[in-house]
Design a protein around this ligand. Structure first.
Ligand code: ADP
Ligand code: ZN
Ligand code: ZN
Length: 737
């Protein structure tokens, strides 16, 4: 009997192992998908290894049900990257592989784009010559077309002979024509840069700093090197990306550009389209499943020369990858913080670049402390763009002391005066408030009752226009009560959200057109583009919005940015809160005064002496970071210490804590240099009807932490008490409290 091949298959199950199957008669190679029996189901899995023997007894070894791919979907290098991710994040490889694939591929859809190509058979050619097709004019016409020696796909046939299908079937039935499935022709690498000059910015002479930055990365093409491009908003970072991509295309290589939220930053995409006349694949959350599959195919086949995408695009295979660019690298959306597989796309992109031997460029006006630390420790090279491009001057930052200038409906007098001044001068004014809805609380003026969420330890947010209360933590909604359910008194909204600020501004500046940017008023890309258009055309004079306004938009006529209140974050217990707040303030400030108009930023605060605000005022983000990094180092928080967080939640109040207590007991005594902190109830204990708790694992040494997790987690998995809970390990968590 000939020796049979054993396939080691990664399946989308929570089990931390591969599954052995015997190969059928069809040839299978590593990286191909197969259909396999699993219990009573049939699952789609990816072959990640081949072996001669299996530990399974022969009668337990089941044959696969079929092979899906004729060519590997994922090459060895890519599988190795996924293997690395599975190990680093301590997540089952099968689930990592599944997370890396579009849903339709997980379900077995064809990975290649097959087209049907039609051609004439030898019999068809003879028949045509003999005039046998003359009685059916359409068949003759089609046969004549095919006889010209070309294989034609459906699209080109439709273009030439709109009603060809019926004729084609008739010709096929007579044996005169045939159709074949085949791959699209391989696209040869273009050697020209593919740059089209309908983008006037392509003709700018680069500033000296831009030139230095571009050359540094260009020199590194073909090798791994990590760069941090630190440049204030409007300093021309994107221009550096575009020229770098042009250089990569000119080498015949392809580029991967990761950005936080494409749907919300259409400007980057349109700049790429204006600059480059090459196929481009965009992968983001706004795609349907089939659009996503299509974009994946374009990228994986190498047809797309530029792949732009959000977090999960870090997993898309790209042949001849030449560079990875990560725009707004500090953005927390690069971290997957839900579900079981919690990865950082930014960190994985760096690992990927290393494995592919290509440079990686991380850009930001407000770099993460991780990236700053990498520069300090020599793992990454800093490239600076300290000045704004063109003639734009940096905005001036000022505080409005709310103790001296009380607010009325959210606005202090100095702020209103500044707004009036900028509006009179023809500028646009941007009002930033980090809270959507009308008001964060509905309060009874009689007994002090506030409307709570039934499922969370949180208050419901008032949405006035819809007359609803909604929970911003679990999404629960209910109609707005008219009187206090406890004492019957009248209720009033307390505090301010974007909806209320819009209303207030409508009264303070009657008739002045306003554009609001938040998740309630901007529900998709079309809404966003419409709102941006209203700002760009000058129709909207006032802009009100949340975080959404801080993301990469370019509003050249905004001359004043007003931050209504950022004080809540000044005293947060989360060690990252200060970094986040500084990033938000600097990012929103960066919207002001681009393109030669001087900008002003006013921040209302009750704590003008707070060190965070003072260091920002004195030294900008760099000044803030220089102060805050040593504090992190002293406390041993990341990037100086390494964290992993085991989170659990259950329906019963104590269940998660009990499980985590047992998990902690498994680690006794913890290895030297490693600490377990907790378990403790989560900052918001009850969320979406479940009780949350967490256990923090901390070490100064990444390798020690990894070794510990490696041996500890399989034991945690065996705990009976974990079966009834939801729990997940988060390596390098962003939110710890
Ligand atoms: P960032 O990405 O850092 O916010 P951008 O690359 O978007 O900056 O540049 C901001 C603006 O300045 C854009 O309108 C861009 O076209 C322009 N710009 C960039 N580089 C130059 C340059 N060297 N000379 C003139 N204008 C430039
Ligand atoms: Zn009451
Ligand atoms: Zn809730």
């Amino acid at each position: 009997m000939s020796q049979q091949t054993i396939l080691q298959v990664a399946l989308d199950t929570p089990l931390r192992r591969l599954f052995d199957y015997s190969a059928g008669d069809e040839p299978v190679t590593v990286g191909c998908r197969v259909r396999v029996p699993f219990g009573r189901q049939t699952l789609v899995g990816v072959v990640v290894g081949l072996a001669d023997t299996s530990a399974l007894p022969p009668d337990k070894l089941r044959p696969i049900r079929g092979v899906i791919d004729t060519q590997p979907l994922l090459d060895a290098q890519h599988l190795a990257l996924l293997g690395w991710a599975a190990q680093y994040y301590h997540h089952p490889l099968g689930q990592v592989v599944a997370a890396a694939l579009p849903r339709l591929l997980r379900e077995g859809a064809d990975a290649q784009q097959h087209l049907l190509y039609w051609s004439a058979t030898a019999a068809g050619l003879e028949a045509l010559a003999a005039g046998q097709a003359n009685r059916a004019p359409r068949q003759r016409e089609l046969l004549t077309l095919l006889a010209e020696g070309l294989s034609l796909d459906a699209d080109s046939l439709t273009a030439q002979l709109p009603q060809w299908r019926e004729a084609a079937r008739a010709l096929q039935a007579r044996g005169w024509a045939q159709s074949q499935r085949s791959l699209p022709p391989q696209i040869a690498p273009t050697t020209d840069a593919g740059a089209v000059q309908n983008d006037p910015a392509a003709r700018h002479a680069l500033s000296d700093e831009q030139t230095v930055a571009l050359h540094a990365v260009q020199q590194a093409l073909g090798n791994f090197h990590s760069f941090l491009l630190e440049g204030v908003t409007g300093s021309g970072k994107t221009e550096v990306y575009l020229r770098l991509i042009a250089a990569v295309l000119a080498r015949g290589d392809n580029a991967l550009l990761l950005c936080p939220e494409i749907g919300l930053t259409p400007q980057l995409l349109s700049r790429l389209r204006a600059r480059f006349d090459v196929p481009l694949a965009a992968l983001h959350s706004g795609l349907t499943d089939s659009e996503r599959l299509q974009a994946w195919r374009e990228a994986a086949s190498g047809r797309a020369r530029i792949v732009i995408g959000t977090r999960s695009a870090v997993f898309v295979p790209i042949p001849r990858l030449g560079v990875i660019v990560i725009d707004e690298e500090h953005d927390s959306s690069f971290k997957q913080h839900e579900g079981g597989f919690r990865y950082s796309a930014r960190d994985l992109a760096v690992v990927r670049a290393q494995r592919c031997n290509v440079p990686v460029l991380l850009g930001s006006a407000t770099p993460s402390f991780e990236s700053l630390h990498n520069v300090d420790s020599g793992r990454s090279t800093r490239l600076s763009l300290p000045r704004r491009a063109g003639s734009a001057a940096p905005p001036t930052l000022r505080l409005v002391d709310l103790r001296a200038h009380p607010v009325q409906r959210g606005f202090s007098l100095p702020l209103l005066q500044a707004m009036q001044r900028h509006l009179d001068a023809g500028g646009q004014v941007l009002v930033f408030i980090n809270r959507r809805g009308y008001a964060p609380t509905l309060l009874c003026s009689g007994c002090g009752w506030t409307a709570p969420c039934k499922h969370c330890d949180a208050r419901l947010t008032v949405h006035q226009r819809e007359q609803r209360l909604s929970c911003h933590h679990c999404g629960a909604e209910q109609p707005m009560p008219t009187t206090c359910p406890r004492c019957g008194h009248a209720l009033r909204p307390l505090g301010h959200g974007t909806e209320r600020v819009e209303e207030t501004l409508g009264e303070l500046f009657p008739g002045l057109p306003l554009a609001r940017f938040d998740r309630d008023s901007v529900r998709g890309q079309a809404d966003l583009e419409a709102a941006i258009d209203r700002v760009h055309s000058g129709e909207a004079r006032l802009l009100v919005g949340t975080q959404m306004l801080t993301k990469g938009h370019h509003f050249p006529d905004v001359t004043l940015v007003a931050v209504l209140n950022a004080d809540q974050s000044l005293f947060s217990t989360d060690f990252r809160a200060a970094e986040r707040l500084a990033q938000t303030l600097v990012q929103v400030a960066g919207r002001a005064g681009r393109e030669g108009r001087a900008g002003e930023v006013l921040i209302q605060t009750e704590f003008p002496a707070h060190p965070l605000l003072q260091s920002l005022l004195d030294g900008g983000y760099a000044g803030f970071a220089a102060n805050a990094l040593p504090e992190r180092a002293a406390a041993g928080w990341p990037p100086y210490g390494r964290l992993a967080l085991l989170r659990a939640s259950g329906e019963a109040p104590q269940a998660a804590l009990e499980f985590l207590t047992q998990a902690r007991a498994l680690a006794k005594p913890p290895p030297p240099g490693l600490q377990l902190l907790g378990p403790v109830p989560a900052a918001m204990v009850r969320r979406a009807g479940r009780h949350h708790a967490q256990l923090l694992v901390e070490s100064r040494d990444r390798a020690a932490l990894q070794r510990f997790l490696q041996s500890w987690l399989p034991q945690v998995e065996q705990l009976e008490s974990g079966r009834r809970l939801r729990w997940a390990l988060d390596v390098d968590p962003l939110d710890v409290f």
